[in-house]
Design a protein around this ligand. Structure first.
Ligand code: ATP
Ligand code: MG
Length: 370
């Protein structure tokens, strides 16, 4: 059973609301063996909704309409359904006011569910998925495995995986999902053993650039490695301005390992709060590998932590004291670790450079602990 999704709402077309319902439906239905093959957005008007549903049935065996079911005058989905199907079954909505609808259009199933994400999820899980899986003869679920790489570009990742791509097992799909600070390699298919074997091969080909697996973030991985060593962590940040600390704190349970951080943005603060040698700062300026290393040492002693990590660099868009944007140094210090400094030349705008700096700092720490 191939599914098409029609998301109704002027707010989607105006950009006021991001269509998270489509993303959730795509992931959830694919996992249930019911792939979404088309997703469209349409405004709150009867004729366009009718036309969108008809188009959706050209591409799919079943259609899910989201939104526009409420009682207010801007909710037109039911008026559109009246033109498409003579009668329907109401689906109870235990978490909201507007019930959903199930009906047949020319012998094929159509579901309409409320646009409020919590209501949609509940009704799709309770009604749509079981009904469609039953109708489809319980198709095999889709298995998805991921590998996350923090510090390589997409072409380099693809080059390493070329041998796998050259003879990818039947029924396995390989995709590259590039974000600002990581590339996810996704392997999916319906046979768990085949997907697992392809994933193992990808992991071996990528080797030590694999930062984390599946749904684990790099920050979570690093905190886990620190916990396994029974040590703890403090950070000192310049250009990332707290983003490194915030990324760590995003991980539930971070408090068992993460002690805190110092944002030492101005050059004198790097000396006053972190004990960076003032003569060094005067001689080389704040964007320097040795400054990064001393900042990491300063963070360690400020918090009495086992491991210190630091970031310094130029986020841009303008050069700073003649140093180009994207010039970044990250450092890791700690007993029993190779004290490590990464000197980088990053591309992108200010927020990308800051996000990539966080990824590089965490990945340097991962390797130092590995
Ligand atoms: P209810 O009667 O519960 O309001 P409804 O079907 O009328 O249900 P809508 O009025 O279309 O729901 O949407 C309600 C809210 O749900 C919107 O204001 C929006 O915040 C959110 N929403 C609607 N469609 C989507 C979507 N595709 N993705 C994410 N959020 C959405
Ligand atoms: Mg609406």
């Amino acid at each position: 059973v191939r599914v098409a999704v029609v998301a109704v709402g002027d707010e989607l077309l105006l950009g006021d609301v991001v269509n998270t319902n489509l993303a959730w439906l795509g992931e959830t239905l694919a996992a249930a063996g019911l792939p979404v093959v088309l997703g469209v957005e349409v405004g709150d008007d009867v004729d366009p909704i009718v036309a969108a549903v008809r188009t959706a049935f050209e591409a799919a065996d079943a259609v899910v309409v989201s939104g526009g079911l409420g009682p207010t005058s801007d909710d037109r989905t039911l008026l559109a359904l009246q033109q498409l199907a003579p009668r329907w079954t109401e689906l109870p909505n235990p978490v909201g006011t507007a019930p959903g609808v199930r009906t047949d259009v020319a012998g094929r199933p159509l579901f309409a569910v409320p646009g409020v994400p919590g209501e949609l999820r509940r009704m799709v899980t309770d009604h749509v998925v079981p009904w469609l899986r039953d109708r489809a003869g319980a198709p095999p679920a889709l298995v998805t495995r991921q590998l996350r790489v923090a510090v390589l570009g997409e072409p380099e990742v693809a080059a390493r995986l070329a041998p796998l791509e050259a003879d990818l097992p039947d029924g396995v799909r390989l995709a590259y999902l590039a974000g600002t600070a990581e590339i996810r390699v996704r392997l999916s298919g319906t046979d768990p053993a085949t997907v697992r074997a392809a994933w193992d091969r990808a992991a071996a080909l990528l080797g030590d650039v694999v930062a984390a697996a599946d749904d684990e973030s790099l920050a979570a991985r690093v905190l886990g490695l620190l916990a396994a060593r029974s040590t703890d962590l403090a950070v000192a940040e310049s250009l990332t301005g707290g983003l490194l600390a915030a990324t760590l704190v995003d991980v539930p349970g971070a408090s068992t390992v993460f002690r805190g951080g110092v944002v030492a943005y101005a050059t004198p603060a790097k000396h006053a709060l972190l004990g960076v040698d003032p003569e060094l700062l005067a001689r080389v300026g704040p964007v320097d590998a040795e400054v990064a290393r001393q900042m990491a040492l300063g963070a360690r002693s400020a918090f009495g932590a086992g491991v210190g990590v630091a970031t310094t660099g130029v986020a841009g868009p303008d050069p700073q004291d003649g140093v180009a944007p994207g010039t970044v140094h990250v450092a890791v210090v700690g007993p029993g670790l190779h004290s490590a400094v990464g000197s980088l030349s990053l591309a992108g705008g200010r927020s990308q450079i800051r996000a990539q700096t966080v990824a590089h700092a965490l990945d340097l720490l991962r390797r130092a602990l590995g």
